[in-house]
Design a protein around this ligand. Structure first.
Ligand code: CTP
Length: 423
């Protein structure tokens, strides 16, 4: 069985079937329009009827024929199409849609949506819609950071529009920063959840600030050697991606890994536990949720050498001193974020995980068997919280990550309510 089929099968374990649904895909002017074509292909493959509606500037980036070929459906570009019954494309199209996704959503189109303009087919049918609307912004970082765009985004959030991304990273203009459209996989999952009705049932993390640590730390002995923990970073990166899919703002603080950076709001690479501690102090204290996935080295070399240590026939004794427990530090602050810990153990998993949860006063501890999880793409997890234990049978890490984010969203919402009730 190919891994794609295998992954899709596993994914369908918890996301309902979306075949037969109708998606209206709005494409506006931006280089990321080519990613929308791949997204349309995947949705069509899943049995969704995709009607693409393109603005005039979108057609300058990708031809309508591309979307027509990939979806097997006519592509709409014109408010004044005389081939349509009553010339009412804007009403007809939105009447049949289960939801609308605008990807990419340009700054200009976002401004139109926020102000209720209706000067082309796509803007008109968004105004005439009777179904949920999601947008995946994509633009240059200055345009995204401009107060006008931020004001427009806030208006749309208030209007109940779901904002997917954007992410930080390399941009088509050559700059690096916020404004990149979310990856196709993240869009696919967010839309799949929305179409299956899962999103309406799931508590929302939209706009919540989530800080995640991932990977190992590296503690230098000298400029060419160091001690580290075994950790691929796969689980932490998958959690960061799943948090992005739930429309949170994600800061990923990562020790050295071989993984490609996921499309997150902010990526902070670090090396040692001390570096990670500084980054966490700067970012986690005013976050809503802190997820500590990193395999932080518990000790560092007391005095690392500035020069390469030369070998000799003598024993080499290294003195280690303890690193700060980063998670414990955050959880002990007054009014801490909602803290989630990870415990990878080789034995007595449940005993150690519950002990650590109590010791660190965490609402949620995620436990896994170290030898089965390290470096692999799959993991079996046990979640410990006030309600007891929840078993997530072995599955792909990115599937587990989505389940975990959902669990965190439920608990976080309950904690917020409790906090409010306790005054
Ligand atoms: N952790 C941390 N800083 C450290 C050590 C651990 O933030 N210096 C966090 C990890 O990211 C994880 C949790 O604490 O979320 C548990 O880490 P783990 O290594 O399993 O446990 P320790 O508390 O270090 O205890 P031990 O190594 O004795 O098992």
């Amino acid at each position: 069985m190919s891994s794609e089929v295998n992954n899709q099968e596993k994914q369908s374990e918890y996301v309902e079937n979306i075949a037969g649904k109708h998606l209206l895909l709005g494409v506006t002017g931006g280089v990321a329009a080519y990613k929308a074509a791949e997204f349309a292909r995947l949705m069509t493959k899943a049995g969704v009827t995709v009607h693409a509606v393109m603005t005039e500037s979108a057609c300058r980036f990708v031809g309508p024929v591309t979307f027509q070929s990939l979806t097997g459906q006519p592509v709409y570009t014109d408010l004044w199409n005389t081939n349509l019954e009553n010339n009412m494309a804007h009403i007809q199209l939105s009447r049949h849609a289960d939801m609308i996704l605008i990807a990419p959503a340009s700054a200009n189109f976002i401004a139109k949506l926020a102000n209720g303009l209706a000067d082309d087919l796509l803007a008109t049918l968004c105004l005439a819609r009777d179904c949920p609307l999601m947008i995946a912004p994509a633009m240059n970082k200055q345009m995204w950071e401009n107060p006008a765009t931020q004001r427009n985004i806030q208006s749309l959030v208030r209007d109940g529009v779901k904002i997917l991304g954007p992410a930080n990273g390399e941009q088509a203009c050559g700059e690096v920063g916020m404004g990149r459209m979310l990856d196709v996989e993240a869009l696919y999952f967010a839309v799949q959840q929305a179409l299956s009705g899962d999103l309406a049932r799931a508590p929302q993390l939209q706009g919540k600030r989530i800080v995640i640590t991932a990977g190992p730390t590296y503690e230098p002995i000298d400029p060419v050697r160091g001690i580290t923990n075994l950790s691929s970073g796969k689980m932490g990166y998958a959690i960061a991606q799943a948090a992005m899919e739930s429309s949170a703002q994600v800061t990923l603080i990562s020790g050295p890994t071989c993984l490609k950076s996921p499309a997150v709001t902010e990526m902070i690479p670090v090396l040692s536990a001390l570096d990670m501690f500084e980054a966490v102090k700067a970012k986690a204290m005013d976050s809503d949720i802190f997820i500590s996935v990193a395999a932080v080295a518990d000790y560092r070399i007391a005095e690392s050498s500035q020069q390469k240590i030369k070998k000799s026939a003598q024993k080499l004794i290294l003195e280690l001193e303890p690193n700060v427990d980063i998670l414990q530090y955050v959880a002990d602050r007054p009014n801490p974020p909602f803290c989630v810990g990870f415990a990878a153990e080789t034995h007595d998993l449940e005993r150690y995980a519950t002990k650590k949860r109590k010791q660190k006063k965490l609402p949620l501890m995620v436990a896994n068997q170290a030898q089965e999880t390290l470096g692999t793409d799959e993991a079996a997890l046990i979640l410990f919280d006030d309600a007891g234990k929840h078993i997530l049978d072995k599955a792909l890490k990115r599937i587990q990550a989505r389940k975990l984010i959902r669990h965190i969203a439920v608990l976080y919402t309950e904690y917020q309510l409790q906090k409010k009730n306790n005054g």
